[in-house]
Ligand binder design. Structure first.
Ligand code: FMN
Ligand code: 173
Length: 381
């Protein structure tokens, strides 16, 4: 069309972060190619990482209308403590590569909102530093993520330091006897940047960056881990709750019940381990059914919106966790970026509860969901 366009006074759209996808785009621009590929990629053909977030779209919400939602309550419990809404930050290593304040900023952001955080064994600050940073802001519970180590004395020190720092739970990562085939990482020969500390592993990056991520991981991680050796041992050395992170089947859920674990996190490590496994939202129902209320069931992977949190709860998860969104928040603007990420998911979740007529998280049930089958009407679950 001819003529001058009418100037519209809009904000700089590049800087408008309204949803997690906006945050991913803005944060990814701030990262080096190699850091971005390390954080954002999955393994092999990227099938599972893709499905983790897209599988949510097949579910449709079944809202109840004309419900008084003026006093909606989004809160629930995690590790026995009241949390503002059923979401925490998953353990992700190397957060100081995204922002110098790394896990300290993540902990402060979680405490500001009154939600839980899991600390990676590959954190760049100690469990005590991370807990203290959060506790100074507000009530917060932490889980300590653990790999099974060849050096059992080091593994024991990690557990004891976490317990002494006041962590509530161990997240034993069960899906990583070895790392997944991470071609995107290998293509760039990803190395930990210089000058970072790994106090939980009692190493610094000068040592860690001598080898690839893959070789470094193999050098300390014990691929001989197994249910009967590791779970009773953990019970014998710690009072913390024991959660198994990386369960995807009914069979392993039953193992966790049998061995007296406190809970499972249905997880495929954000699609970074075995590519081709189901998305976590598709694996969740069989785990919930097998758990049959005897063990708590949480889920992570691909959660990018408040409606995703809602759908996971409707399918039986008690609580969810997010990994990369916290990294993107950090890369975007340190603690303020993680605050923005958490506020976004909180506001979306609250509004989804109100718009579906759910006044408490207990109201979020299977009846709130349906699926559209090819050429069919909405089918109830
Ligand atoms: C950069 C990065 C580092 C991670 N590091 C760990 C880790 O040290 N231990 C662990 O159990 N899981 C780790 N994970 C997996 C997360 O705990 C979580 O399962 C996953 O990120 C959830 O998927 P999402 O990123 O789609 O939310 C990591 C994930 C990412 C993206
Ligand atoms: O990359 C990962 O997924 C992961 O678990 C990890 C392991 C060691 C260091 C940092 C992250």
């Amino acid at each position: 069309m001819a003529g001058n366009p009418i100037p519209i006074p809009v904000k700089n759209l590049d800087e408008m972060i309204l949803c997690i996808e906006d945050l991913r785009i803005a944060a990814s621009k701030k990262l080096s190619d190699s850091a971005r590929d390390f954080y954002n990629s999955g393994s092999t053909d990227q099938i599972t990482i893709h499905e983790n977030s897209t599988a949510y779209a097949k579910y449709r919400l079944r809202p109840r209308v004309l419900v008084d939602v003026s006093k909606v309550d989004t809160s629930t419990k995690c590790f026995g403590q009241q949390v503002k809404f059923p979401l925490g930050v998953s353990p992700a290593g190397l957060q100081a590569m995204a922002h110098p304040s790394g896990e300290l900023a993540t902990s402060r952001a979680c405490a500001r909102l009154g939600i839980s955080m899991a600390i990676s064994s590959f954190a760049n600050y100690s469990a005590k530093e991370i807990r203290d940073a959060g506790k100074a802001i507000g009530p917060i519970r932490h889980a300590m993520q653990l790999y099974t180590m060849k050096d059992r004395d080091l593994e024991l020190r990690i557990i004891q330091n976490a317990e002494a720092a006041g962590c509530s739970a161990i997240f034993l990562t069960a899906d990583s006897p070895v790392l997944g085939m991470r071609y995107n990482e290998w293509r760039h020969d990803f190395r930990t940047p210089a000058g970072l500390a790994f106090p939980i592993l009692e190493r610094d990056s000068e040592k860690i960056r001598k080898t690839s991520h893959d070789d470094g991981f193999t050098s300390f991680n014990d691929d001989a881990h197994n249910w009967t050796r590791d779970i009773p041992w953990l019970r014998s050395v710690s009072q913390m709750e024991i959660w198994i992170k990386g369960v995807l089947t009914a069979e392993d859920t039953l193992k966790a019940v049998e061995l007296g674990c406190d809970g499972i996190i249905v997880s495929n490590h954000g699609g970074r381990q075995l590519d081709g496994v189901a998305s976590t939202i598709d694996a969740l129902p069989e785990c919930v059914e097998a758990a049959a209320g005897r063990i708590r069931v949480h889920v992570d992977g691909g959660i990018r919106a408040g409606t995703d949190v809602f759908k996971a709860l409707a399918l039986g998860a008690e609580h969810v966790w997010v990994g990369r969104p916290a990294i993107w928040g950090l890369a975007y603007d340190g603690q303020k970026g993680v605050d923005l990420m958490l506020d976004t998911l909180y506001n979306e979740f609250k509004r989804c509860m109100q718009l579906t007529g759910c006044n408490s998280v207990k109201d979020i049930t299977k009846a709130c969901l349906g699926v559209v089958r090819p050429d069919g009407p909405l089918a109830r679950l």
